[in-house]
Design a protein around this ligand. Structure first.
Ligand SMILES: C[S@@+](CC[C@H](N)C(=O)[O-])C[C@H]1O[C@@H](n2cnc3c(N)ncnc32)[C@H](O)[C@@H]1O
Length: 459
C-alpha cells in the first residue's frame, strides 16, 4: 500500500504578468507568465495527455512549460499514487495504456500535446535490444495513437539505444508513418547535463507537429553553464545526518553523475546501474550497490563510502529547487525505480517550452526541406518503396549512396529483427521483400497481450 510520505508539496500562488523575456536558451515569447517561487513560468494554456507517465518527471517539466494535464496514464500503482499525491486535481488512469478498459483515446481527440516516456528496455544497450518483438515496446503503438488522437504535437522520449544503427529501420518506419499522418518529425539526442541536470543522461527525443507549427519549432539550446558536480549537488544532503566526512566526500565527488538507471521489475532491487556505472560511482566515493534509507550519521567514519538516498537520486534527476518540489510514494525500491526511470523535469521543461513557442508562432518560420528528407535506413527505404522482391544487387544499385556488402548485410540483419523479411531464390541470388512490422500497433491478437496476463512483470 503506497503512502504519500510528506505533505510539503505546494502550488505557489501565481502572479501574472504579460511579458517577453530572454531565458538564455533563446527568446521565450510568453503571452502570459506566472511566478513559481522565484521563477517565472507560463500560465497553462495548452493541454497534454501523457502516457507511461511514471513518477511524473516529464509531467512536472511540461507543467512548468505551461501544459495542463488532461490525463496521465500509467501501469504502476505506486507511480500513480505519486502522481495523485503531488497533483490531486490531475486525472490519473492506472493500467495498461493500450487497454480500452483503461482509457479511450478518442475522448482526447485534438489534444494540444500527446507526450510520453514509453518503456526503454526494448531499446537499451543494457538489454537484449529486442525492439519491436519486446512485449514491453509501446513506441510504435504510441505513433499509431496519433491516427486516433490527432494531437497538435507529439513528444516521446527514450534511451540512446534507439538512436543506434540497430534501430535505423524502426526509426524510418516511425518517420514514414508520421509523415503519412500529416506530421513532420525530428529526433534529437539530448544530454540532460546541458539543461542544468548534474548527470550525463542522454535521451533520444522525438517531436512531431504539423508542418505549419513545426516550421516554428527548434530544439532547446544548452544552457551553456557547466553542470554541477555530484559533490556540489549533494553536499548538503550528505551532511544532513551530521556526518563529519561530508565536506571531504563532496570534494572527492568532483564529477558529473553517470546515467542513473531505474531498472525494471525484471531487474530486481535498487542499485546504481551496471558494473561500469558502479565503478564510476565508487571513484566518486559512492557505494552503488544499493540505496540508503538515510544520509550517513555522526557515528559513521570520515572515510565512509556512503550509498545515495532516494532524495539524493531525485536531486540528481533534476528535482531540485523552486518549483521542482515533489514527493515519491512507496517503499524504497518502488520509489527508487520511479525516480531512476524519470525524464529529468528541467529537460522536459526545456522541450515543452519550445513546443509551446512553436504553437505561439514565436520567431521566424524555417524551411522544412532538411527535416523531411532525413533517411535513417536507405535499405528499408528501397525495399519499402518497391514493395516487391529485390536482390542485393538491385537494392545496392538503387541506394542514394554506395554501400559495401557487409554494411548491407548488417542493415538486413537489423531489419529482420523488427520486420518480417520474405526471401525468394533467384538465379542471380536471394531476393528480399519487406514484410509486416512486428511491433505492437494495436493488434488485438498481438503476442504482447499474453505478457499482460501478469502485468506485475511488465516495465
Ligand atoms: C521511462 S518510464 C516513464 C518515466 C516518466 N516519463 C517520468 O518522467 O517520470 C516508463 C513508464 O512506463 C510505464 N509503463 C510500462 N508499460 C506500460 C503500459 N503498458 N501501460 C502504461 N504504462 C506503462 C512504467 O511503469 C514506467 O513508469
Amino acid at each position: 500500500m503506497s503512502r504519500c510520505l510528506s505533505a510539503h508539496v505546494h502550488r505557489t500562488t501565481r502572479a501574472y504578468n504579460p511579458s517577453i523575456r530572454y531565458t538564455g536558451g533563446g527568446w521565450l515569447c510568453a503571452k502570459m507568465v506566472g511566478v513559481v517561487g522565484r521563477e517565472e513560468v507560463p500560465v497553462p494554456e495548452y493541454r497534454v495527455v501523457e502516457i507511461c507517465a511514471g513518477a511524473g518527471g516529464q509531467a512536472l517539466g511540461l507543467e512548468l512549460a505551461g501544459f495542463e494535464h488532461e490525463l496521465a496514464v500509467e501501469l504502476d500503482e505506486t507511480a500513480c499514487a505519486t502522481l495523485r499525491c503531488n497533483r490531486p486535481h490531475w486525472k490519473v488512469a492506472q493500467g495498461d495504456v493500450a487497454s480500452p478498459a483503461v482509457w479511450d483515446p478518442r475522448d482526447y481527440a485534438n489534444i494540444d500535446l500527446l507526450a510520453g516516456g514509453v518503456p526503454c528496455p526494448p531499446f537499451t544497450v543494457a538489454g537484449k535490444q529486442l525492439g519491436a518483438t519486446d512485449e514491453r515496446d509501446l513506441f510504435a503503438w504510441a505513433i499509431e495513437l496519433c491516427a486516433v488522437v490527432a494531437p497538435r504535437a507529439l513528444l516521446l522520449e527514450n534511451v540512446r539505444g534507439l538512436s543506434l544503427p540497430r534501430f535505423s529501420a524502426y526509426r524510418q518506419h516511425v518517420l514514414d508513418r508520421l509523415s503519412q499522418l500529416g506530421y513532420v518529425a525530428d529526433w534529437r539526442l539530448l544530454q540532460a547535463s546541458d539543461y542544468g541536470v548534474p548527470q550525463l543522461r542522454p535521451r533520444f527525443v522525438l517531436v512531431a507537429m504539423r508542418p505549419a507549427d513545426f516550421a516554428y519549432f527548434s530544439w532547446p539550446e544548452p544552457t551553456g553553464e557547466p553542470p554541477r558536480t555530484v559533490g556540489e549537488a549533494l553536499g548538503d544532503l550528505m551532511a544532513a545526518g551530521g556526518w563529519r566526512g561530508a565536506a571531504r566526500w563532496a570534494r572527492r565527488a568532483n564529477d558529473i553523475a553517470p546515467t542513473i538507471v531505474g531498472g525494471s521489475k525484471k531487474h530486481g532491487g535498487p542499485d546504481l546501474g551496471p558494473t561500469r556505472a558502479k565503478r564510476a560511482w565508487r571513484q566518486m566515493g559512492v557505494d552503488g550497490l544499493g540505496i540508503a534509507d538515510a544520509a550517513p550519521s555522526q557515528q559513521d567514519p570520515v572515510t565512509w563510502v556512503p550509498k545515495l538516498t532516494c532524495e539524493m537520486v531525485a536531486r540528481l534527476q533534476g528535482w531540485d529547487g523552486d518549483g521542482y518540489e515533489w514527493t515519491f510514494t512507496g517503499r524504497k525500491t518502488a520509489s527508487y525505480r520511479q525516480i531512476g526511470n524519470a525524464f529529468p523535469p528541467p529537460v522536459a521543461r526545456a522541450i515543452g517550452s519550445r513546443i509551446r513557442q512553436a504553437f505561439d508562432r514565436c520567431g521566424q518560420p524555417r524551411e522544412l526541406v532538411e527535416q523531411t528528407s532525413v533517411t535513417h535506413d536507405p535499405v528499408y527505404a528501397v525495399l519499402r518503396g518497391d514493395g516487391g522482391f529485390l536482390t542485393m544487387n538491385q537494392i545496392l544499385r538503387r541506394l542514394p549512396e554506395p554501400m559495401e556488402v557487409p554494411a548491407f548485410e548488417r542493415h538486413l540483419a537489423h531489419l529482420g529483427r523488427d520486420f518480417r523479411i520474405e526471401v525468394a531464390s533467384r538465379k542471380s541470388g536471394d531476393a528480399y521483400k519487406l514484410g509486416e512490422f512486428m511491433a505492437f500497433t494495436g493488434q488485438a491478437d498481438h503476442l504482447r497481450h499474453e505478457a499482460f496476463v501478469n502485468p506485475s512483470k511488465i516495465s
